[in-house]
Design a protein around this ligand. Structure first.
Ligand code: FUB
Length: 342
């Protein structure tokens, strides 16, 4: 082959064909890379993201985190989806300040739930204090990736009751179909009942809207609940979220409201991996007794309170029903595709 012919063969063709071929090549390389990746790695995606809420929605794994930045810059949420826990796709701006008329700042700690053929995204807004507008809001969309719109035009919970700042909500659906919302910062946790449309609070039999369920004197924020083999596992974060000792502890109960038997810490700093590990959630693999903990942590070399990254590791139940301490890793977890149910 003459050198002129060789040059023509290896120099990109002119015009749109050249662009097309380069794009096709990039696509082949990135697909090959995705296939090569054996574990998720930790963090599971780039960027400063905290308070991750994991869920299985519409046949995929999802993570809805806080955008971790100074309060005045926390004005949107991104979400992330994955078919296999290893490769994650970013969905940008699923909700922004423009979609929430009462939001000024500090859009925090999303909680997601599918109900009534819709997706309900609960969130904290404004870092509310007594006498201010803010607290826990709710937005709705037809798709997990949004766009979400504020459903009420005002917070669902604005008031500070039992000393609990209205933030860090988690919505739990019990087997009888009743939705409960656990929430609260400032060392206090409340529970309330949600209406079937998830847009209002149904008072308890005693007429109160909120009952305090703070499970331990160490409780600070970030409540989470799951039910397994008839037992209610209540988990939360304790310590200060900007510090190295932030961590997750849990208790077990026979009801969603206690009494809670304190079991101890399941996630905490590891001087060979990271510090400040906390504000977690748990994903159950559909149809299997397999669980993953999604949480944020701070890299060892970092001290900026907002430098929090989202990670995943295995959550393992011991044969006696207790939870084994989580082993934080840099590798993350292996591929685990959701099996389609017939
Ligand atoms: O990310 C904002 C706040 O930090 C959350 O609401 C708290 O739980 C803490 O993680």
């Amino acid at each position: 082959m003459k050198s002129e012919e060789l040059k023509t063969l290896f120099s990109p063709p002119k015009g749109s064909w050249g662009v097309f071929l380069l794009l096709a090549l990039a696509c082949i390389v990135s697909t090959a890379d995705a296939k090569k990746k054996k574990t998720s790695g930790n963090p599971i995606f780039e960027g400063w993201y905290a308070d991750p809420e994991g869920a299985v929605l519409d046949g995929k794994y999802w993570v809805f985190p806080t955008f971790s930045a100074p309060y005045d810059e926390q004005l949107h949420f991104d979400a992330f989806s994955s078919k296999d826990l290893v490769n994650w796709t970013k969905h940008e701006n699923i909700i922004t300040k423009q979609d929430i008329p009462w939001l000024r700042r500090a859009l925090w700690a999303p909680a997601i739930i599918e109900a009534n053929n819709k997706y309900y995204l609960f969130f904290g807004g404004n870092d509310v204090h007594e006498g201010e507008v803010g607290g826990i809001g709710v937005a709705v969309s037809d798709k997990p990736e949004g766009p979400y719109k504020d459903a009420l035009g005002k917070p669902l919970i604005n008031e500070i009751v039992n000393g609990a700042q209205p933030i860090d909500q988690f919505v739990f659906r019990d087997d009888d179909g009743q939705y409960y919302m656990f929430y609260g910062g400032w060392r206090h946790c409340n529970v309330c009942k949600l209406s079937p449309d998830l847009l209002s609070i149904v008072p308890w039999e005693d007429g109160q809207k909120f009952h305090e369920v703070t499970p331990s004197k160490e409780y600070v924020e970030g409540p989470f609940m799951l039910k397994r083999n008839g037992k209610y596992y209540f988990m939360w974060s304790q310590g200060g979220w900007t510090g190295p000792d932030y961590c997750v502890a849990y208790a077990i109960s026979d009801t969603p409201f206690g009494p809670f038997k304190l079991k101890g810490k399941i996630l905490q700093r590891d001087e060979s991996i990271a510090r400040g590990a906390g504000h977690h959630s748990v994903i159950k693999v559909p149809g299997k007794d397999e669980y993953y903990i999604i949480y944020h942590r701070r890299p060892l070399e970092e001290t900026d309170g907002n430098h929090r990254v989202t990670c995943i590791d295995r959550l393992i139940f011991n044969p006696d029903g207790t939870i084994a301490p989580v082993k934080m890793t840099f590798e993350g977890v292996k591929r685990n595709k959701i099996k389609k149910t017939p």
